[in-house]
Design a protein around this ligand. Structure first.
Ligand code: TNX
Length: 534
């Protein structure tokens, strides 16, 4: 009853009893995994699990005939053996081991007696190397402790990339020592819009991570084999930065941190001083995030201000560019060069394809499938995150009681049916360019951790299965495993969306979710799809 479904699962004769006398032993390279596992299991057995020999033993080991993320887990009467190609594989084996225990094993307290594991043999490995979640902590801030909890929930589902959307029009969330106003000013807004286009709430909102917080998040994630990919979005989605440092913008009038949603007009100017500013920002960001991949955004950049700006037009002439689209590509290339010189790879949203793209750049394709198809065929590595399948800010049911109806409907079944390889790329050599996928938890309309739980779960479980498990789908089997999985989430304290729809306190009466908004969204999604096609 494991989620995501393992490649091979065989029930054997017998059982293993886990109690406070069980020991966890591991070779030195697996010390971290072993201490993590002891940390998870000790409270549950009501005693400290020791490294030495005990009445039964959980043995962790490495095998050089397995890929780094693959594992083999055997549970028998005389012991449990988890072997992996690398520490990550062993870690995933340990996650599966936890799922063989009753849901009480997901509480941080004694389960009140010995825990019985069925004898099994599991052989497992992921289908994709990039199994991610985009967490938008810019539109609504998520406190550090909740980010750590989310990391644990990702690890439970064998996800391995946390794409942290750290900056946007509505907030700048990472301390940059050289430019303190980014957080002094940019991390706070005076109020927020309720619903996608509803009235203002009249309540200040804000928050940011200090550099020490970020180091803690990155280390916490690393211990769970999760890479944190930072995103500093530019040249659009930068109103908070411009509010803090007006010289980055195109206008003479000062701006405030944005309080409404949707694609804004305020974008960075393209002066060398602005490029230098952001490279200085990235100097600090690269120090904090060891990830080989760094996201510079590049999405939804309106060009109105560049069109109206004599300085931008001069820049276009000087650089011998055709238009504002090429100016955006030129800017993204400057950051691509900057990152490449430092041994990192640029990730950008599919808009970076418009107007030409640096060869090493990775494209995160979000507007349907077509960005992914053209990028992969052009030889770029691709991460698929189509809003039409894996945007979990979109509502998950058709009912009027669904909180803040927004976007198109993405039910659990829709997510489970998602294939990270777009249909057009199947059996095409360019298929190999798809590194994997990531689901989007955009937070314009997710203003609390409780609501984040509701939007994320159980869709994240279905998503995890699409990136981890073999491509064949069996909805009935998934549903069955989900009935075992939901009590685990409940034991952790996750307020997931029940199958039957939101509980009374999960609906949001009074927040606008008008039928015409849905129609507008569907029209917008259709338009994108046909735009990318042409
Ligand atoms: C599009 S995904 C955006 C985000 C929004 C999201 C809302 C992307 C690159 N841009 O800025 O939060 O839609 O669903």
């Amino acid at each position: 009853m494991i989620v995501p479904k393992p490649v091979r699962y065989e029930i054997r004769q017998g059982r293993f009893v886990l109690d406070r006398d069980t020991s966890v032993t591991a070779s030195p390279p697996l010390g971290e995994v072993a201490s993590w596992l002891r940390g998870e299991l000790s409270p549950v057995v009501g005693g400290e699990l020791l490294p030495g020999p005990g009445s039964g033993t959980i043995t962790l080991g490495l095998r050089d005939d397995l890929p780094p993320e693959a594992y083999r887990l055997s549970v028998a009467g005389d012991g449990v053996v988890i072997e992996g190609g690398g520490p990550a594989g062993v870690f995933y084996g340990a996650q599966s081991l936890r799922q063989l225990l009753p849901p009480a094993a997901f509480r941080k307290a004694s389960a009140g007696g010995p825990l019985v594991l069925p004898a099994v043999l599991i052989e497992d490995e992921p289908r994709f190397g990039w199994r991610g979640c985009i967490l938008d902590v810019a539109r609504h801030f998520m406190v550090k402790q909740d980010v750590l909890r989310f990391i644990d929930l990702m690890a439970l589902h064998k996800l391995n990339v946390l794409h942290l959307h750290l900056t946007d029009d509505q907030g700048w969330r990472v301390e940059i020592k050289r430019y303190p106003r980014l957080t002094e000013v940019g991390a706070w807004r005076k109020e927020s819009q309720t619903g996608w286009n509803g009235p203002m709430d009249g309540r200040p909102h804000g928050g940011y991570y200090t550099q020490d917080d970020i180091r803690e998040i990155v280390a916490y994630a690393a211990r769970r084999h999760i890479t944190v990919v930072p995103e500093i979005d530019l040249p659009g989605h930068t109103q908070a930065a411009i509010a803090a440092y007006p010289e980055l913008g195109n206008l003479d009038t000062p701006l405030e941190v944005r309080t409404t949603w949707g694609v804004g007009v305020n974008v960075l100017n393209v002066e060398e001083s602005t490029i230098a500013f952001f490279q200085n920002v990235f100097d600090e960001v690269l120090e904090l995030f060891p990830s080989p991949y760094v996201c510079v955004g590049g999405d939804e950049c309106r060009k109105d201000q560049w069109r109206d700006s004599p300085a931008a037009r001069r820049r276009i002439r000087e650089l011998g560019l055709r238009d504002e689209e090429e100016l955006q590509s030129w800017l993204i290339r400057r950051f691509d060069d900057y990152l490449a010189e430092r041994g990192r790879r640029l990730v950008g949203w599919d808009e970076i394809l418009e107007g030409g793209l640096a060869p090493g750049a990775v494209v995160a394709s979000w507007r349907g499938d077509l960005g992914a198809v053209s990028a992969a065929r052009a030889g770029h590595d691709v991460i698929t995150c189509p809003n039409t399948s894996v945007y979990f800010d979109y509502r998950q049911g058709t009912g009027e009681e669904e909180p803040v109806p927004f976007g198109t409907v993405l039910t659990l079944e829709d997510v489970y049916a998602f294939d990270p390889i777009p249909g057009e790329l199947r059996d095409d050599p360019a298929e190999a360019r798809v590194l994997g996928s990531q689901c989007g938890l955009w937070s314009e309309l997710i203003d609390s951790n409780r609501h984040m739980d509701y939007m994320a779960f159980p869709r994240v479980a279905a998503f995890a299965e699409t990136v981890w498990s073999p491509p064949a789908r069996d909805l009935a089997d998934f549903r069955l495993r989900l009935t075992a999985h939901l009590p685990r989430l409940a034991a952790v304290g996750v307020e997931y969306r029940p199958e039957s729809g939101p509980l009374p306190w999960q609906t949001r009466p009074g927040v606008p979710g008008r039928p015409e908004d849905r129609a507008r969204w569907q029209a917008k999604i259709d338009a994108w799809t046909s735009n990318i096609r042409s």
